[in-house]
Design a protein around this ligand. Structure first.
Ligand code: AGP
Length: 610
């Protein structure tokens, strides 16, 4: 999704802005641009479609230097990816704006501004913002007031950064519905979409709240709240080191993140389980008090995080005896709800900034849920700040667009929640102790699966020419199959669908032929025999089967069936363990297809617009 960086300093800010954009690349984008106020007071701008290297190449031959500037990576919403539509947008060489979000009333504003003689040079919604600010400047407003007046008439979501030749040395930014942080330096200050962009410059951050407006100079940062008055926002020190988002020895961030899973899971468990129990302190006092009254669970999330919720539903109902519903956030937020008393509302989000999940959370707070709990990977995120309590996954920064370690740590955190709630309901102490023991060995089990990488890479060779794939699972492995299919789709661009294996004969079997690889997740559980019958249905129709099975599973290597043995795994944690080979399969297929693994086409890491 669009990334914003801005800086005001006593040095040339162009390298700071470019480094910030480089660190924001992971969010996904299709064009990039920069604008600075040059020493002679003029506004210098360069924009390019495509990757950041295109912009950097263009900057080699253009003198773009100045002490105040803004920059942007654009993920197209309104208007195709092109230089014309790339940010910063400039009005009459006087004002430049970068924007992340969607201005919903842009058509009405555009008409009004056209009547005043403003010309529109792009197809974007953002151009109304820059022209509107210019219009207020023309009316004699200082820059801060011109921006304040403009955001006052905007509808929709925005994080914006604004500079103007009228007031060089001043950077104005504002947020509503899209993330924005302020980085505090020594006689220099910054704004950005997230802290990653700025960790090369500072460790000190202010997280802006909804409706905040901020004015930055080299010597001051003034924040104004949504009622217009000055407000103080706390300063946070981040623990993120500048190199914590480096790729190291790995070919891609995704590969690195797949291999980080044992440690990420270990960290997520650390200090939260002890002597066969989940510690109450893991969730905080407020959540513990609320848990006493929980009678049902409603989970809301998107994409991979939604799949984690789907797995957890099996756990909540089977282990804790609690009714659990799971819904994608974009549906939940626009549907009329019947809220049962005592329902815990759980959001799951890696980024904590997903617009649909955040909106669903806000809606839930109006609807009378007993308590809102976020399972999230980013402590300073909007979803964490808006929730009554949170359980942080400790996956560390996830840069690859395809979520991997976020998923397995979300599942780990969800299992802790299931245990914490379950012991108040159907879960016996011995059962809790047994699952805690399994959790303790989980990092080792994942390490074991990672050793299968070469064999999985050899399987991947057989997917290179395929156009479609089916993924099958039963029970809690069905959402694991969904997640495996999502991984393959998003990074290899092979169309993949997941089905609960029992559904095959109700339609998808018609698709099976020898061009259709069928991937099955088949741990040794009570559903294995049923799954085997489903696999025979595929085999009988010439389908190619790729089966991930337990070492001891009674399933045979016969022509048309390839089996990869995963070490014997307990049924409860099996969905976490079996997610890993599916990630590796997708990764190696993408390598064969030669796609942009970490930044697949059309996708964004953090989906901050609807
Ligand atoms: C999965 O690989 C994707 N990155 C995507 O589905 C993602 O899980 C979804 O956009 C939700 O993001 P969140 O966890 O940051 O809320």
């Amino acid at each position: 999704m669009c990334g914003i960086v801005g800086a005001v300093a006593h040095r040339n800010v162009t390298p700071i802005l470019l480094e910030g954009l480089r660190r924001l690349e992971y969010r996904g984008y299709d064009s990039a641009g920069i604008a600075v106020i040059a020493a002679d007071g003029s506004l210098e701008r360069v924009r390019r479609p495509g990757k950041l290297r295109e912009l950097e190449a263009a900057l080699e031959s253009a003198l773009v230097e100045g002490e105040t500037g803004i920059a942007h990576t654009r993920w197209a919403t309104h208007g195709v990816p092109s230089e014309r539509n790339a940010h910063p947008h400039v009005c009459r060489e006087r004002v430049a704006v970068v924007h992340n979000g969607i201005i919903e009333n842009h058509e009405a504003l555009r008409r009004q501004l056209q009547q005043k003689g403003y010309e529109f040079l792009s197809e974007t919604d953002t151009e109304v913002v820059v022209n509107q600010i210019h219009d207020f400047l023309e009316q004699g407003f200082p820059l801060l007031e011109a921006v304040r007046a403009t955001v006052g008439i905007l509808e929709g979501a925005y994080a914006i950064g604004v500079v103007s030749t009228c007031e060089p040395g001043r950077l104005i930014a504002a947020r509503k519905g899209s993330p924005l942080v302020v980085g505090l330096g020594e006689s220099e200050n910054f704004v950005a979409s997230d802290v990653f962009a700025l960790v090369g410059e500072t460790q000190r951050f202010v997280f802006l709240e909804e409706g905040d407006l901020v004015e930055l100079t080299t010597e001051s940062v003034r924040v104004y709240g949504k009622d217009g008055g000055r407000v103080e926002r706390p300063v946070h020190e981040t623990r993120l080191a500048p190199d914590s988002v480096e790729r190291g020895e790995y070919r891609h961030y995704m590969q690195k993140e797949i291999h980080e899973q044992p440690v990420a899971v270990e960290k997520t468990l650390s200090g939260r389980i002890h002597q066969g129990k989940v510690l109450s302190a893991a969730f905080g006092e407020r959540a513990e008090a609320a848990f006493e009254h929980v009678r049902a669970v409603q989970i809301v999330a998107c994409g991979t995080s939604y799949h984690a919720g789907k797995v957890a539903r099996y756990w909540f109902e089977a282990l804790a005896g609690l009714p659990c519903s799971v819904e994608v956030a974009s549906e939940f937020r626009y549907r009329r709800q019947v809220v049962q008393p005592g329902t815990l509302f759980v959001t799951i989000s890696q980024s904590g900034e997903t617009a649909d999940t955040l909106a669903a959370l806000k809606a839930a707070k109006e609807l009378g849920y007993a308590h809102t709990l976020a399972i999230c990977n980013v402590p300073e995120s909007s979803i964490v700040r808006e929730s009554d309590s949170c359980l942080m996954t400790r996956a560390g920064p996830e840069i690859g667009v395809a979520s991997t370690k976020a998923f397995t740590t979300q599942l780990t955190a969800l299992l802790l929640l299931v245990l914490a709630l379950g012991r108040r309901h159907a879960l016996a102490a011995e059962q809790e102790a047994k699952i805690v023991r399994e959790l303790e060995t989980l990092p080792a089990q994942i390490r074991h699966v990672l050793q299968l990488e070469d064999e999985i890479a050899a399987w991947a060779e057989l997917f290179g020419e395929k156009h479609h794939a089916l993924y099958l699972g039963r029970g809690a492995q069905y959402p694991v199959a969904m997640e495996g299919a999502l991984k393959l789709k998003e990074i290899s661009y092979i169309h993949a669908e997941a089905y609960p294996a029992g559904e095959l004969k109700h339609g998808p079997l018609a698709l099976i032929d020898n061009e259709m690889p069928v991937v099955a997740v088949a741990p040794n559980n009570e559903l294995l025999e049923k799954l085997k019958s489903n696999l025979q249905e595929v085999q009988a129709r010439g389908g190619e089967l790729y089966v991930f099975a337990d070492a001891e599973a009674p399933i045979e290597n016969v022509p048309g069936v390839r089996i990869l043995r995963v070490a014997e795994t307990d049924e409860v944690v099996a969905p976490i363990v079996y997610s890993v080979p599916l990630q590796l399969l997708a990764y190696h297929v993408a390598l064969i297809k030669g796609t942009d693994v970490d930044q697949p086409r059309n996708l964004a890491k953090s989906v901050t617009v609807e």
